[in-house]
Write a protein that binds this ligand. Sequence first.
Ligand code: NAD
Length: 316
Amino acid sequence: MSKIVITGGAGFIGSHIAESFAKDGHEIVIVDNLDPYYSVDLKRRNLDIVLKSGDATFINADVTDLERIKEIFDGTVDYVYHEAAQAGVRISVEDPFKPNRVNVLGTLNVLKASLDSNVKKVINASSSSVYGKVKYLPFDEQHPTEPVSPYGVSKLAAEHYCRIFYEVYGLPTTSLRYFTVYGPRMRPDLAISIFTRKMLVNESITVFGDGEQTRDFTYIDDVVEANKRLLDNRVTDGKVLNIGSKNQISVNDLIDNLRIITCSSSEVKYVDAQKGDAENTLSDVKLAQKLIGYEPIININKGLRKFVDWCTLDII
Ligand SMILES: NC(=O)c1ccc[n+]([C@@H]2O[C@H](COP(=O)([O-])OP(=O)(O)OC[C@H]3O[C@@H](n4cnc5c(N)ncnc54)[C@H](O)[C@@H]3O)[C@@H](O)[C@H]2O)c1
């Protein structure tokens, strides 16, 4: 069994990875500053779930504080899953400095502390936002990276630091480019969460743009499985891998599906597209299939049903 630090482990994806590793019997240390970007109560609930699921502890710390992170990475940590970030495209358009500080400086600090304390591998949460302008679809890892938001730029810079720490300093790292992740405990600022909660109470929903933009939505269980396959994996060192569902759906079709599942009569309002939003995303996951045997298994209909079930209980 290994000692695994999960930065951002009170958040959506990090808490699922932490819970799964804790249930497998690993020693988990969550490092998170409970940033109030969204409900701190939700993060505390995530933490409760993880702390009850096995040998897990929580340290309230900020990844932008190098000395504090060095103290925590005390030479006994085997693996680091770096999920802490200022996520969200729109907030990055409003304030590009915070994602730069947390996602770029924070990642650099995590890499430096990992290197100094002989961590065996760092698995970094990256994003399909690094692709930005679409030259062709699906995106394979060779697709040009021309982000269209400050968030995408910060995630791309973090990825490059991970690669450089492998190539220059010999610290094994892998970055996973997640394609819009959804499922229980998901961030409340993401479209699926906003739409579902409003549809369950028949409130009107707002779509930015004409709703024909498409997304590759990836269910959380598939993302957790991909992360777990990275533990102690050498062939992925220094690489970036797409982690998506291999399927795309338009926002309008997503709304139609949710309407059926929730039996909602919510009205849909269309407003101007937002700056920084990607037009279309679709993953090519052949590299992850080849290197870690990754295969997404939860399709959008099954995933949405699981999410709506969870949301219904959460609202009650
Ligand atoms: N959710 C998605 O669809 C998606 C898609 C692509 C990439 N990602 C990436 O996956 C990772 C996890 O995303 P998520 O959706 O779970 O987000 P999240 O906001 O739920 O989780 C991030 C966690 O990081 C913590 N955090 C923020 N700033 C911190 C700091 N300075 N120090 C320590 N902790 C800090 C937050 O408190 C939060 O608990 C992020 O790196 C994000 O960029 C997410």
